[in-house]
Design a protein around this ligand. Structure first.
Ligand code: UDP
Length: 320
């Protein structure tokens, strides 16, 4: 993908100091790859709300038009169906790269590039909680390694472009995130449990359920991404909620929130499943002034409301 900073073209947004600085910041043009996806669409909402112009680039593999439809007709919103592995020339100030496939990107000048990496770069961690300085424990030939190694390579490429070509970059390592608009059937544990409880199906706990994850509400992540993009630090930064839960504890929270009678059914776990994961967020706290605000028990009901609506549509089977 080829991105060009709009300042190169003498854009009115950067017209040599004619516009007061405070106002300039409001009118950025921003690309969000994967902007029709779960996290991307929430980020787009925030950027549009504060007055930026947003170009969403999405191939709709997992993104959905419904997630951004409410912006159709807004002159500051554009949607491009496009796969980021193909070149695309756009004049922009900032790029939030949320689209998942690691892409062979080419950068020209100026635009600041934020890579959304993942806690999966730590693999099955031997350090707990995980600090950004930990190099991880990834099985390079395992079933999950295409994702883990893909993101590790994306971090490497991002840093190489930063060091070699002077590209302004930011790297976020995102921990498990949940919230409204999450794909209902893509198999993540929170979406599975919520959908299963709503459909009166048993909650499928993989393995003994003692493995842990730390779940972050999507609005906290979006706040962290924006602070990272606008701040002066490259990172990488862990963005996650340090509240750690076993899968059995998560099942319990889902039961309390949706249906106390929901059954639990154990299934064999997937290969190479990380045993525990919890972010150390001291770096983000100190340098970005960021920390999550929404605890799991507060955030889950907001996701449940959205799932209820999407699963049952108009004829709600359960009105609680
Ligand atoms: N998991 C589970 N039941 C499910 C889906 C997942 O117990 O229906 C477990 C899975 O084995 C893993 C954890 O939940 O230990 C988190 O899985 P997820 O795919 O949501 O996230 P990731 O493994 O990428 O952190």
């Amino acid at each position: 993908m080829i991105y060009q900073n709009r300042a190169e073209f003498g854009s009115s947004f950067n017209s040599g100091g004619k516009i007061p600085l405070g106002l300039q910041r409001k009118g950025l043009r921003i690309v969000v790859t994967g902007g029709a996806g779960f996290v991307g669409s929430h980020l787009v909402d925030r950027l549009i709300a504060r007055g930026d112009s947003v170009i969403v680039v999405d191939n709709f593999f997992t993104g959905r038009k419904e997630n951004v439809m409410h912006h159709f007709g807004n002159p500051r919103f554009e949607l491009i169906r496009h796969d980021v592995v193909e070149p695309l020339l756009l004049e922009v100030d900032q790029i939030y790269h949320l689209a998942c496939p690691a892409s062979p990107v080419h950068y020209k000048v100026g635009a600041r590039f934020l890579l959304t990496s993942t806690s999966e770069v730590y693999g099955d961690p031997l350090e707990h909680p995980q600090k950004e300085t930990y190099w991880g424990n990834v099985n390079p030939i395992g079933v999950r390694s295409c994702y883990d190694e893909g993101k590790r390579t994306a971090e490497t490429l991002t840093m190489d472009y930063h060091r070699g070509a002077g590209v302004e970059v930011r790297i976020a390592r995102i921990f498990n995130t949940y919230g409204p608009r999450m794909c209902i059937d893509d198999g993540r544990v929170v979406s599975n449990f919520v959908a299963q409880a709503l459909r009166k199906e048993p909650l499928t706990v993989y393995g003994d359920g003692k493995q842990t994850r730390s779940f972050q509400f999507v609005s906290d992540l979006v706040e962290g991404l924006i602070r990272l993009m606008e701040g002066e630090h490259v990172g990488p930064f862990n963005l996650g909620n340090p509240g750690e839960f076993t899968m059995l504890e998560l099942a319990k929270v889902v039961q309390e929130t949706i249906d106390p009678n929901a059954q639990i059914e154990h299934r064999p776990n997937t290969e190479d499943d990380p045993h525990k994961r919890k972010p150390d967020i001291s770096r983000a706290k100190k340098l970005l002034g960021w920390e999550p605000k929404v605890a799991l028990r507060k955030g889950l009901p907001m996701m449940v409301q959205d799932f209820r609506q999407r699963i049952f549509g108009d004829h709600k089977e359960d009105s609680s």
